[in-house]
Design a protein around this ligand. Structure first.
Ligand SMILES: O=c1[nH]c(=O)c2ncn([C@@H]3O[C@H](COP(=O)(O)OP(=O)(O)OP(=O)(O)O)[C@@H](O)[C@H]3O)c2[nH]1
Length: 179
């Protein structure tokens, strides 16, 4: 069993589809340091969460950002704050009149078991579109890849191509090597 320290149930559902081991969700709000670099944020978060929650099993954290080219990478590491404040409709409106609507999602996972602190990264390119689709979470309805928004895909289909799916695949390989 490993613990996934997150308040986001969408992330947990995706991790459970992918990882070969039992995933327990733990809601602990680790400090997200202000940084442009997702890796710095998760490294600190994984250590802090492990030290706070105890050593019963390894823990991992996930930090994800949507990086919009025309907005110089905004909202990036501030994606959760911007979703809560502006909301995704207004992010779409910011990009609507731009000729370049390219964007990328990036996820960095950090796993810590008191011994190894390892990170895994995944990213996917796409473009910002008017909201479509009912599934997924976060910015999924406005992120289009290969003709579909992520909110138009099942968890399995999204995992097969998404930023988090790629990071989880690398994490799963690493876990398998440890056995
Ligand atoms: O369209 C999306 N597809 C995804 O696959 C995805 N993963 C995260 N997000 C959103 O991007 C921000 C990241 O924030 P984030 O990594 O700080 O996570 P969070 O605050 O939701 O949870 P926690 O894990 O920190 O507790 C939040 O607004 C999330 O809703 C996604 N949006």
């Amino acid at each position: 069993m490993i613990r996934f320290v997150t308040g986001n149930e969408g992330k947990v559902a995706e991790a459970r589809e992918y990882l070969p081991t039992e995933v327990e969700q733990v809601e602990y709000d680790y400090a997200e340091v202000q940084s442009d670099d997702l890796e710095t944020i998760v490294r600190r978060g994984a250590r802090e969460a492990y030290e706070e929650l105890g050593a019963e099993s390894g823990i991992f954290v996930d930090d994800t950002g949507l990086f919009v080219e025309a907005l110089d990478g905004f909202p990036g590491p501030y994606s959760a704050y911007v979703e809560d404040t502006l909301g995704i409709e207004r992010v779409w409106e910011l990009v609507e009149n731009e000729s370049n609507r390219k964007a990328a999602f990036r996820t960095v996972l950090a796993y810590y078991d008191g011994d190894d602190l390892v990170t895994f990264e995944g990213s996917v390119r796409g473009r910002i579109v008017a909201p479509r689709g009912e599934d997924g979470f976060g910015y999924d309805p406005i992120f289009e890849h290969d003709g579909s928004t992520f909110a138009e895909l099942s968890t399995e289909e999204k995992n097969a191509i998404s930023h988090r799916g790629r990071a989880l695949a690398a994490f799963a390989d690493w876990l398998a090597e440890q056995e």
